[in-house]
Design a protein around this ligand. Structure first.
Ligand code: GTP
Length: 202
């Protein structure tokens, strides 16, 4: 009955998404998929992606209801460039259900929280576990956003660093509002993606 129909619907959805999914050998060697995970409203997804692609900070951002991506081309000299696909996701418990179909061929995961929200930091455990359970990739960042709101800090830098080190995550604190720390994070990300690229093309 109902269950069967639902199963069929999911299969249909899956087929639709599979069509859009390139097969492994169709993916250009210089194209990398980076996915941003974390609770809604921390500004480490939509706003951070906009920062990376060079958009101005905007106080009003609509919450992300579905997943989509932005593209950024990075010149690495020698007439070569990296193509970064920056995937925004919905930050909710239904994440696994909604997103699992396109969680393929991921090169890097950025786990984001706001330093002003203990709740968003605690939620990183869930997002990290999701990353591991789905075996997404090995290059994982932990990013603490909103350092401009230092008066309302709820998570110390020491605690975050310790946590990141214990799980082998690359850690950065930044503010999408003031830009502080954005370059440091971005440069590190590009360098690591470049290493992946060099390893692939060797
Ligand atoms: P969803 O898209 O809702 O899943 O979450 P998100 O993490 O992408 O959050 P979003 O980018 O929508 O940002 C949430 C709010 O935080 C917006 O009002 C942003 O303007 C604000 N915001 C983002 N970054 C910063 C920051 O560094 N400092 C301050 N003060 N506000 C920020």
């Amino acid at each position: 009955g109902n269950k069967n129909n639902k199963g069929k619907e999911i299969e249909k959805e899956k087929e639709k998404t599979d069509i859009k999914q390139p097969k492994d050998d169709d993916i250009p060697k210089n194209k990398f998929k980076i996915i941003f995970l974390g609770d809604s409203g921390v500004g480490a997804k939509t706003t951070l992606i906009r920062r990376i692609i060079g958009e101005e900070f905007n106080e009003r951002v609509d919450a992300t209801f579905s997943s989509n991506f932005a593209r950024k081309n990075v010149d690495i000299g020698n007439n070569e460039e990296l193509i970064l696909e920056l995937w925004d996701t919905i930050g909710s418990e239904t994440f696994r259900e909604v997103n699992k179909f396109f969680l393929k061929n991921i090169d890097c995961v950025v786990l984001g929280y706001a330093i002003t929200s203990r709740k968003s930091f605690d939620a990183i455990k869930y997002w990290y576990q999701t990353t591991k359970d789905l075996n997404l990739c090995n290059l994982i960042y932990l990013v603490g956003n909103k350092i401009d709101l230092y008066d309302s800090r709820e998570v110390s830098k020491e605690e975050a660093i310790q946590y990141a080190e214990s799980l082998n995550l690359r850690y950065f604190e930044l503010s999408c509002k003031t830009d502080e720390g954005i370059n440091g994070f971005y440069n590190d990300l590009v360098n690591h993606i470049k290493e992946l690229y060099i390893a692939k093309t060797k």
